[in-house]
Design a protein around this ligand. Sequence first.
Ligand code: ARG
Length: 595
Amino acid sequence: MSPVSPDVRSLEDVTRDAVARAMGAVLPPELADADPVVRRSDRADFQANAALSLAKKIGAKPRELAESIATALREQTGGQLGVELAGPGFLNLTVTDEAVWSQVAARLADDRLGVGTPQLGRRTVVEYSSPNIAKEMHVGHLRTTIIGDALARLLENQGAEVIRQNHLGDWGTQFGMLIQYLDDHPDAKWRAEDLDDGDLGTVSALDGLYKLARAQFDTDAEFADRARRRVVTLQAGDEATLAVWRELVAESEKAFQVIYDYLGVSLTTEHSAGESSYNQYLDGVAAELEQAGVAVISDGALCVFFDGITGADGSPVPLIVRKSDGGYGYAATDLATIRYRIRDLKINRLLYVVGSPQALHFRMVFETARRMGWLTDEVEAVHVGFGNVLGPGGKPFKTRAGGTVRLIELLDSAVQRARAEIETKPHTLSPEELETVAHQAGIGAVKYADLSTSRTKDYTFDLDRMVSFNGNTGVYLQYANTRIRSILRKLPDGGEERSKVSADGPLAPSERALALLNDQFAPTLTEVAETLEPHRLCGYLFSLAKAFTEFYEACPVLTAETDELRANRVALCQLTGATLTEGLRLLGIPSPERM
Ligand code: ARG
């Protein structure tokens, strides 16, 4: 268990409360709880805008109402908050220098940077990655893996109990084909140890097997027949068939693990809960649905119908629980899965990080679960969809030959590109360090480019832009962080000891701006955990790094005029560095010491 600390309330929250109290004193009781609408502002530290909309309700002029709130606020805060009336009825609010420095001290003193645990008590499934067994991971698995991992980390940080689930596609008809092919070709090479071209080969060996088996399946009717019979044997639990299937699954999982480790993603086989694990529940689920009348037989298939879900010709599109041949498919598995997660795992928040094209599927699964009473108002189920990764020119991402882009190759090219970029700058990294840093920068660049795009939008995979030291990139943030570390390394103690803040010290505008941004870290994390939008954290970290640059240009740290001034600025460096490092870590991005 990580130590849970009481959160440091942000100055924005404290200010909002003060305005709310003042409003309570001047407004009629029915409006006393209205939102004070306090936001960061470039006119002052914060601005409160509530008077504008509330004035109408009490038949007053906005400026008059704002004036009386201001008076109450000044009285209540005893001059501890600068209050100025502006425009048609805005209140410009300025906190004291002392409050700002105290806040820096409080966040810096805490190992969690004063971040609270508002998600405590929420048992959350984050389902992500979910590749298909015996197939290679490709560019289509990139976003689910990166976004899912970031959300899992962020929610955990906010106190949620996170259960990661890798919903592997391990139970389809393709297994009959693969197992039959292996029976026919006992010498086929498909295991990692059959190839000696290192880790990258591990992943492609199985894929090669898949392609060979597929080719025969498509051209040899007699083989295809045997393959189909073999699926039935597998699903009926034939031990010899299951043994080969288990080997295929284990070998695939090894290959996926190579990618997860390369990506620094926190998934392991411990989180695997493939489609096959729900096989045992499918009959029961179908029976339960039919008994409840939620599913009905239509053309021999067991189906769930929905108001307003129709095909192009206007006829209803059902969710097919059981096909007319008695077989179960993807939908049945997902129904068994949601029932299991809610009923057995006692989950109260369910996140499915799966591409947007499956939106309709999840709408139907959730609606069915709701009708069955599995999904209640106490449980939140969300399809966390996302847009596509596009190739050059915004076209679908394909290899030159028109094939799917292998994920491992894509990641490898990002690392090579990052290495080249780092080498264009003068550096003092040893060859081994360069290897490590290139990996951290390349993977960080890919993850950041993905996470900083609003989730539901498509983006173009453009390595040149991603690994740039300039602009809103992972490399820029990592580099900004190494600059802070290099400043701290020059201190007598190497910046190890947390600096002692003097709350009554002077405060320059760029110090104030940087301190107030650091103070937004906790509320930003809280917001991301609610909205499931990691790009907000990216945007925040980018602003923080820019504010640091402005601060550092205006305020010498190591050569500050007084010891007190230096100590305060060192504290700001330490807090900013810790916030950047932690923010990146929560996105799954490492922070090199030097680059
Ligand atoms: N294996 C599926 C695919 O590659 C994704 C699984 C998504 N999760 C789910 N519960 N249906 O498309």
